[in-house]
Design a binder for this molecule. Structure first.
Ligand code: MN
Length: 195
């Protein structure tokens, strides 16, 4: 369980210190502990997390490995808020090619997150041709399971926002853009097009 590279209050007010402590320190930690308890003696022992997520069919492995990977990708692409936070370079070009403008992309991503029924994740991913896709993934699902490479995700489980926004999921999603670490997302995109 790596330490987060920012203070627990560094994402406030969009994500409060209390939410970071509970969401990372307890929810994410529990998925890790659960998976570590399942692995010894199983066919997934020693396997990369991504492989477990794409290959497992048993719910306990699928759910705990999926949630560990999803939360790892989520928290690793957050950083303290920046004004005028936006992607650049090849990633921005791909966003403009596939969604029109960065503003239109954000609106589509927020809408996908807001309209996902129940718990889950909204994702930006790349396919093998480098095209970008927004998908809704329920519960512990990950775009890897449909052959896409995950780039960016917002968590729409209620535990991600309920302490700070209660039922206002769309307001929470809209408040996350200043926190996105586009350097991390761009690095994932670069890796996806060369892999
Ligand atoms: Mn979560």
């Amino acid at each position: 369980m790596p330490e987060l590279p920012f203070a627990h209050d560094a994402l406030a007010p969009a994500i409060s210190a209390q939410t970071v402590e509970i969401h990372y320190g307890r929810h994410t930690r529990t998925y890790l502990d659960n998976l570590n308890a399942l692995l010894p003696g199983s066919k997934y022992e020693g396997r990369p997390l991504e492989d477990i997520v794409t290959e497992a069919t048993e719910a306990p492995f699928l759910n705990n490995a999926g949630q560990l990977l999803n939360h790892t990708l989520y928290f690793a692409a957050l950083r303290p808020a920046r004004e005028d936070n936006a992607p650049t370079g090849a990633l921005l070009s791909a966003i403009e090619r596939d969604f029109g403008t960065f503003v239109e992309f954000r609106a589509a991503f927020e809408k996908a997150g807001a309209t996902l029924f129940g718990s889950g994740w909204v994702w930006l991913s790349a396919d093998d041709a480098g095209r970008l896709h927004i998908t809704q993934e329920p519960n512990a699902a990950n775009p890897l399971q449909r052959g896409l490479r995950p780039l960016l995700t917002f968590d729409v489980w209620e535990h991600a926002y309920y302490l700070d926004y209660q039922n206002r999921r769309p307001a929470h999603l809209a408040a996350l853009w200043p926190l996105v670490d586009w350097d991390v997302v761009a690095a994932r995109f670069a890796e996806s097009v060369t892999a």
